[in-house]
Design a protein around this ligand. Structure first.
Ligand SMILES: CC(C)(COP(=O)(O)OP(=O)(O)OC[C@H]1O[C@@H](n2cnc3c(N)ncnc32)[C@H](O)[C@@H]1OP(=O)(O)O)[C@@H](O)C(=O)NCCC(=O)NCCS
Length: 144
């Protein structure tokens, strides 16, 4: 149902539009910079899912690893394309990418305001772990 492939530069506007429709963008996360940084790394991949019937980008997942754990970001499915298995499919591909590189565990973060997606990840076998995530900007983005 989905053709999943690596992001290509021509996808930029469609991908950003999808992230905006999915409310994944934030003023301090510049999509262009995030994509550019991902493309520059051998340890990261931005996957896009194209609907077979429409040749439209309807799903994304950005996957990478830090030499210890795998991390998955920008998991998005177009609102009108949800509940058809696209999220499960692109997550499986992201996990496969990690498995092929010997990464034993996939991690992801969910904003507290987006807790409604916890059930989706639970269906895929993920569990909430008791961790406190701490962060510090090393290079402050313009809108942080
Ligand atoms: C979360 C999201 C990616 C799910 O995509 P989707 O294509 O609708 O998911 P699927 O159809 O592949 O669903 C897979 C399974 O999860 C279940 N599921 C999906 N969304 C769910 C939810 N919010 N709560 C509980 N279960 C859910 C489905 O019923 C399905 O179960 P089954 O296959 O065992 O019957 C999509 O809703 C989305 O893009 N949300 C906005 C962006 C977002 O919040 N991304 C996550 C950032 S951390």
């Amino acid at each position: 149902m989905l053709t999943i492939r690596s992001y290509a530069p021509a996808d930029f506007e469609k991908v950003v539009a999808l992230w905006e429709a999915c409310e994944l963008t934030r003023p301090w996360n510049d999509p262009a910079a995030d994509i550019e940084f991902c493309l520059a790394s051998e340890n990261a991949r931005l996957m896009v899912g194209v609907a077979d019937d429409e040749s439209r980008i309807v799903a994304t997942a950005m996957v990478g690893h830090d030499g210890h754990r795998g991390w998955i970001y920008y998991v998005a499915v177009a609102p009108e394309h949800r509940a058809k298995g696209a999220g499960r499919e692109i997550m499986a591909r992201a996990e496969e990418w990690l498995t092929c590189r010997g990464v034993p565990k996939a991690m992801l973060m969910i904003r507290e305001t987006n807790s409604k997606v916890i059930g989706f990840y639970e269906r895929l076998g993920y569990a909430v772990e008791e961790r406190i995530v701490m962060a510090r900007w090393l290079k402050k983005p313009p809108h942080a």
